[in-house]
Design a binder for this molecule. Structure first.
Ligand code: HEM
Length: 379
């Protein structure tokens, strides 16, 4: 009953098992599953002759988080063609434009704050920024509802309870809304590749939703600044330290726990036989806390990334390998730049942190500080 252990253990489930046996065999969702981790395991997993993605993601995850027909479910040439569409809107100029938008909306919004919940506020700031950037017109009064739906799709993908049904409803609403989008920079790029309005809506959402999901990392950044205020002055200066801080937030805090794929053929790994068609899980959280890669992994230390070129299989909160040929997240440039910028904004802001529950429950996927991080600015 590893599904139950996963539900109760959350982020600790796989790293705990793998501490006892680095390659761990179990059954999940009626399938045999081999759980692997580490640099060589990531290289093994990202080899397309070993692992395919088609058929690997359970229906409930597609009906909430990614959408049916999403790029996440494709392999081979079809995957590379679809992926090139995403990468064409995530080059350095696009990253700079979206980051500037996020900074502009942040700067307009923050002076209106008194006592706010950072997680919720950030989700609205990012919804405004990413829809403006994409050229999607969205009346201001519709931002809170759209932001809430983007968050709900991520928040409810890994549970079977009410959060899951909220996530399904959010996806149904958002796919319908995005199927009606018929103009703007992002629509123009996607409609040149995708004729079917449903698939186009799914992939538009695969840009909008994860950008709004950066609210998790911004909230973790606030948590880190609160727990380790010694980093505030360096972060407030921005620049290379802010980028290092963003990397450390992505490494240290739990977000995507693991990846799943299916064995293309009979395989062997670490002395274990992996039959064709069985499931393979790659442990991302454990990888990011491997002392062989990150000494003192449970110490929050942005300095570890200052002046350091990160290798393709080193830091893996958004997958490993190369984004153009593998499934690695194409949005890492956006994630790092937006997170570094908004975290710098936080470090420069004068605020108090009232008494609240900042516990980050490990059994909950995805998790965040329970309170969402309430702060009070000085008026
Ligand atoms: C894929 C994490 C932000 C777009 C992924 C994957 C992970 C991930 C773990 C799967 C990698 C794999 O299967 O090998 C995250 C996290 C983010 C984030 C934690 C922070 C919020 C973004 C952003 C965008 C984005 C900002 C776009 C603006 C995508 C897309 C894929 C993807 C389109 C599918 C890639 C493929 O299957 O080839 N992301 N991501 N993500 N991400 Fe992100």
């Amino acid at each position: 009953m590893d599904e139950l252990r996963l539900l109760t253990g959350g982020y600790a489930w796989l790293p705990d098992r793998r501490r006892r046996a680095p390659t761990y065999r179990t059954r999940l969702l009626g399938r045999r599953a081999t759980c692997i981790g580490g640099v060589d395991a990531a290289k093994f997993f990202y080899n397309e002759r070993h692992i395919r993605r088609h058929g690997a993601l359970p229906g409930p995850v597609l009906s909430t988080l990614f959408g049916h027909g999403a790029v996440h479910t494709l392999d081979g040439a079809e995957h590379r063609t679809r992926k090139s569409m995403f990468l064409s809107v995530m080059g350095p100029d696009c990253v700079a434009d979206l980051t500037a938008k996020a900074a502009e909306v942040w700067d307009e919004t923050v002076p209106t704050w008194r006592r706010v919940t950072l997680f919720d506020e950030t989700s609205r700031i990012l919804t405004r920024a990413v829809t403006d950037w994409a050229g999607i017109s969205l009346p201001s009064n519709e931002i809170p509802a759209m932001a809430a739906d983007q968050i709900a799709m991520v928040d409810g993908f890994a549970t079977a309870g009410p959060r899951h049904f909220k996530a399904r409803a959010a996806r149904r609403r958002q796919e319908k809304w995005f199927a009606g989008v018929s103009e703007g920079f992002l629509y123009d790029v996607m409609s040149a590749h995708l004729r079917d309005p449903h698939t186009r809506a799914v992939e538009l959402l695969n840009v909008i939703r994860p950008t709004v999901a950066l609210s998790w990392f911004v909230t973790f950044a606030a948590h880190a600044l609160h727990r380790w205020p010694k980093h505030r002055a360096d972060l407030a200066a921005g620049g290379a330290y802010a980028v290092a801080f963003a990397h450390e937030v992505r490494r240290f805090y739990p977000f995507a726990p693991f990846l799943g794929g299916l064995a293309v053929q009979d395989l062997a790994w670490d002395g274990e036989r992996i039959p064709a068609g069985s499931m393979v899980l790659l442990d991302l959280y454990g990888h990011n806390h491997d002392p062989a890669l990150f000494p003192d992994p449970y110490v929050f230390a942005p300095d570890r990334f200052v002046g350091h070129d990160i290798g393709p299989f080193e830091l893996v909160p958004q997958g490993a390998g190369w984004p153009d040929i593998n499934h690695r997240c194409p949005g890492e440039g956006i994630a790092v730049a937006v997170l570094a910028t908004l975290a710098t904004g936080l470090a420069r802001l004068d605020y108090e942190v009232p008494e609240q529950d900042l516990d980050i429950p490990f059994h909950r996927i995805p998790t965040r500080p329970r309170s969402g991080f309430v702060l009070r600015t000085s008026s």
